[in-house]
Design a protein around this ligand. Structure first.
Ligand code: GDD
Ligand code: MG
Length: 356
């Protein structure tokens, strides 16, 4: 069977001040009328087809957001198979390990369709076809990532170089978050894809890969899993044990290390209008805009401005004569930023620390 796994434990700090510790971006409505998390859950349920038996999703997220997860799923008429609750995020490798251990509990070895909770896709049919391809390949034992054709030297993504192989594409090289110079070189050379952050693999293949590359993460997460407490759909790994798990992303822990080993890493290209809503710039990119390129949400009045995003949540916001600016208003904080530099909002959040 196929088990969707949604990783929903990130903090989304670059979308401050809308994204907060208690209400991070994956649970916000930023595009259309459902939250990014709801859009992800819906896309996964839509993978179902006569020969694609898709189970209810497994959600891995922060304990603090457990009711957001349940309520938002209920709103779209979904029930999770389980909600694995981290006391504190240890990045995606431990999160996926919890999901794999939970999936293997039943004696089954399902194909996990793992996705972030903070992306948008515009072409649902292309998404479904690519993911179903990836499921077929992963069922045979490979880790299969979904790759995107890059259009700029983005340094916040992983890059993969592929190599044609019988029945598809093998990943010859995986480089997580290269520096700008390297990313520019990859774009100039061509033949590279971005890692979308979505991937498909059997639960046992993940465990095997960790045994090979990061047995420390596997052992520590297993200890936390063995100390778990279950409360209906909520499963809580042992708190002290989980805090001791090394914090690492799936990309550094496993993906980068696969090429050239006997853990096959393959790629399926995804051409479905993918966007990772990492920062305000990306939110502006996917937003509906007027003739002058302005996008606004909430009570906003825009005069003589171009390519500007105004997001108002609690007050009327008026802007005049702005170009390429982002304005985000909330009840207790306001952000005004150069649109092209919206990634740097992280600096402000870092200064705010845990208070944000
Ligand atoms: N449960 C849980 N616990 N989820 C987490 C945690 C955690 O500790 N940390 C992050 N997540 C979730 C986030 O909410 C997000 O949905 C997903 O995992 C990916 O994490 P990010 O923190 O957004 O990763 P990234 O953007 O730096 O990089 C990844 O995604 C890129 C594409 O968007 C990598 O996979 C890159 O290679 C990739 O290009
Ligand atoms: Mg991300």
């Amino acid at each position: 069977s196929i088990l969707p796994v949604i990783m929903a434990g990130g903090s989304g700090t670059r979308l401050w001040p809308l994204s907060r510790a208690g209400y991070p971006k994956q649970f916000l409505v930023l595009s259309g009328n459902e939250s990014l998390f709801q859009l992800a859950a819906r896309r996964l349920a839509d993978l179902a087809a006569p020969d694609f038996d898709v189970s209810a999703p497994c959600i891995v997220g922060n304990d603090e957001h457990r009711f957001l997860v349940l309520d938002q799923l209920r709103e779209i008429r979904q029930e999770p198979s389980s909600v694995l609750l981290e006391p504190k995020g240890r990045n995606t490798a431990p999160a996926l390990t919890l999901a794999a251990l939970a999936a293997l509990e039943g004696g089954d070895d399902p194909v996990l369709v793992v996705t972030p909770a903070d992306q948008t896709v515009t072409d649902a049919a292309a998404f479904k076809a690519a993911l179903q391809d990836a499921v077929r390949i992963a069922a045979e034992g490979a880790i299969t990532i979904l790759g995107i054709t890059p259009d700029r030297p983005e340094t916040g993504y992983g890059y993969v170089r592929t190599q044609a192989e019988a029945g598809g594409l093998a990943v010859a090289q995986f480089v997580e978050k290269p520096n700008l110079e390297t990313a520019q070189r990859y774009l100039a050379e061509g033949g590279y894809y971005w890692n979308s952050g979505m991937f498909v693999l059997r639960a046992s293949v993940w465990v095997k890969a960790l045994e090979r590359f990061r047995p420390d993460i596997l052992a520590a997460t297993r200890a936390a899993w063995d100390a778990r407490k279950t409360d209906d759909k909520f499963v809580r790994p042992g708190k002290a044990e989980f805090a001791a798990v090394p914090s690492e992303s799936v990309d550094y822990a496993v993906m980068e290390r696969c090429p050239g080993t006997d853990i096959p890493l393959r790629m399926v290209a995804l051409d479905a209008g993918w966007n990772d809503l990492g920062a305000w710039e990306a939110v502006w990119q996917v937003a509906e805009k007027d003739e002058a390129g302005n996008a606004f949400v909430g009570d906003a009045l825009i005069a003589d401005s171009r390519n500007t995003l105004v997001h108002a949540t609690s007050r009327l916001v008026g802007v005049v004569g702005l170009t390429d600016i982002v304005v985000v208003e909330t009840a207790d904080a306001v952000l005004v930023s150069d649109r092209a530099r919206s990634q740097e909002v992280k600096q402000i959040v870092n200064r705010l620390g845990a208070e944000q």
